[in-house]
Structure formats: structure tokens, C-alpha cells
Design a protein around this ligand. Sequence first.
Ligand code: CAA
Length: 379
Amino acid sequence: MNFEFTEEQLMIRDAARDFAQRELLPGVIERDEKAIYPTEQVKKLGELGFLGMLVGLDYDGGGMDTISYVLAMEEISKIDSSVSVIMSVNNSLVCWGVEKFGNEEQKQKYLKPMARGEKIGAFLLSEPEAGSDATSQRTTAVDMGDHYLLNGTKNWITSGKSASTYIVIAQTKPELKHRGINALIVEADSEGISVGPHENKMGMRASDTHSVMFNNVKVPKENLLGEEGFGFKFAMKSLEGGRIGIASQALGIASGAYELALKYAQERKAFGKEIINHQAIAFKLADMATEIEAARFFCLKAAWLKDQGKPYGHASAMAKLYAAETAMKVTTEAVQIHGGYGYVKEYHVERLMRDAKLTQIYEGTSEIQKIVISRGLVD
Ligand code: CAA
């Protein structure tokens, strides 16, 4: 047991913190308010290597470990989760699956540009009638001999418009239920693809979330990821790592709100003293700090297991559940500590509270994490 980070891990954390303060903080309120996609910020994130930080050096990635990823995700999410969700999806839901299960040609063609951050990836699992119940895929990929013919609608897709590469989960053999589902790499500019309007969201308003429609889209057979019928397991395995990313995002949202509340409580005076000297506020901050530390340990434990090559699905579900619930609680308290100022945009905490809500929903709701955790208890 060793609670110390390596020098390299600390350098990555500091680089992410510096990037977030320098490049993300200016303009974050306006991007949120007007739902402006962070084009320049994402480009710089790619140039710094964060979009492909988990991909191996052989495929133009950063070759960094998952602990470093947790640290970087926390720092970036303290400031702008609309940016960190793009980083999380690209790294852990798209690049990871192609690197782990793709063949050499797929890695050369699709993985390398995404690892370099030149192209963005999106993960298309959710459908209008298949959210939590992910096996109920209605999108079909009919086997036409030399290609699949793709038809259907995916929704709530992060980077739905900005992505160049889609990983699409679709049903090829409905008679086999989830064992008939495939995972396909689909080029976003293929004929027959249309993208719906930008979703006008409560939080994470600057990330581009869209529906994506497929109308007789031809997908070459060589774009199948893994074996025929592996698509559902591919999605589940990808989500095991994705949930470490979103847990770390929730951790960052919580610690960002906590840092602001701690600073405010030391400056703001009421009844003749700084409000941190009132026990009602001090105890809130004590609870917030304790729960954030616990969430951090959950995230790091899941990341450590992944880096050690040990099973991590159970730990990542616990990390996502606990960190998301903590983010919601801590951001709500941060608004409360700020009083009226917390309710206006200039103080950032109301945005963090809106962003926190999504971490309880996407990449598996808190209730889905409890299904995964409880099933793991009796395995
Ligand atoms: N790894 C490998 N295989 C797995 C697995 C895992 N982690 N979890 C399940 N499976 C396998 C099972 O072994 C089973 O296979 P066999 O029948 O061949 O043995 C098969 O998958 C079906 O499993 P279940 O019977 O457990 O399936 P279920 O219908 O009960 O659902 C679930 C399980 C955990 C609830 C799953 O549906 C789930 O995770 N749902 C939530 C989906 C989700 O997280 N969506 C998020 C969308 S992506 C997103 O938000 C991205 C974004 O843009 C930010």
C-alpha cells in the first residue's frame, strides 16, 4: 500500500491544472450560458496529449496510466466539465475499445488520429427506448455479405456533431438477443447519416449532445470490432473504464465547488466574523472535505486495479456511484454556503451544481451502478 503519487503523475496533474486555469476558466461562464462548443479549448487539449493520454505510445497516445488520468480529469472538471466529458469519452469509451479489441488496420486508420486529438470519437449506445436497458437495441446492422446496412436512431450522444468516428452498437441477429449485437466503427461523414439539433441541456451545456440517425448506411465488414456478436460485451467492458472517467469528473466538480466554498467562507463575514468560524458552515465544509477524499480514494482504487490488469468493473461502479452522489451533495452545499451569491452565475457554483446532476445520469445512472455493485456481491 502506497499513498504517494509518482513525479510523473504529479507533473501530469499540474499540467492539467495549469491548462484548466489558463485556457478553460476564461470564458467558461459564457460558453455555458450560450452553449458554445469549446472548439479552441478541445484543440489545445489534443495538442497537449490529454485526448489520447491512455493510448499506448505505439499508437500515438500518451502511454499514461489510469491514475494520471484520474488526476487530470479531476483538475479539468474543477473548471469545465463540458470539456472533460469530451476527453473522457474519447479516451475511455472510444480509443480504449479500439486499442483493446480492434485489429491492426483499424488501429492505424482510426485510433492514431483520435489519440493525437486530431479527430474526436463518439460512443453510440443509447437509443430512445434503450437507455438503462441497454440490451434492447433497435438500431439494426443487417449483414449484406460484404457490408452491414445500418438503420436506426441513437440519442444523447456526446460529441454527436463534432466527432469524426463513431462506435455504433447495433443489432445484427435479433433472434440471439444481446448475443447478436455488434460494435462497428462508422465514419461520421458516411452517406445516410444525419445529426439532430443540439440538445438544450441543464448542465454541461457547451458539450455537443445530439441524436444521430442512420438511414441505410453502408458499413464495410472490416469495421466490425472484435468477433460477431461481441458488441454488447464490448459496450459493457468499455463502460467499466468510462465510469472511472465520469467518477473522476464528478470528483472534480465536487472538489472545484468545495475549493470555491472554502475560499468564500474565509472571506465572507456575518455576525462579526468570517462565516467559516460559525460551526454551521465549518461542519458543512468538514463533511464536504471528508466525502470528497473518500470519492478520490474510490476513483484511485478503480484506476489502480485497471493499471494492475485486475478486474475493475465493480470498483468503477462504486466510484461512479459515490463520486456522483458526492458531487450533487457538495455542489448543493457550496451554493448554500455562498447564499444569494451562489445562485448567480458569476460565482461558478450554480454551474457546478447543474453539471453534477448529469454525473448521476450518464454512463449508467446511480441506480444502474447499484445493479452492477449488488450483482458483484454474490458472484
Ligand atoms: N463485461 C462483460 N460482459 C458483461 C458485463 C461486463 N461488465 N456486464 C454484463 N455482461 C454480459 C453478461 O455476462 C451477459 O452475457 P451472457 O448472457 O453471454 O452471459 C450479457 O452481458 C448481458 O448481461 P446482463 O444479463 O447483466 O444484462 P442486463 O440486461 O441485466 O443489463 C446492465 C445489465 C448492467 C443493466 C446494462 O444494461 C447497463 O450497464 N446499462 C446501462 C447502460 C449505460 O451505462 N448507458 C450509458 C450510455 S453511454 C454514455 O452515457 C456515453 C456518453 O456519451 C457520456
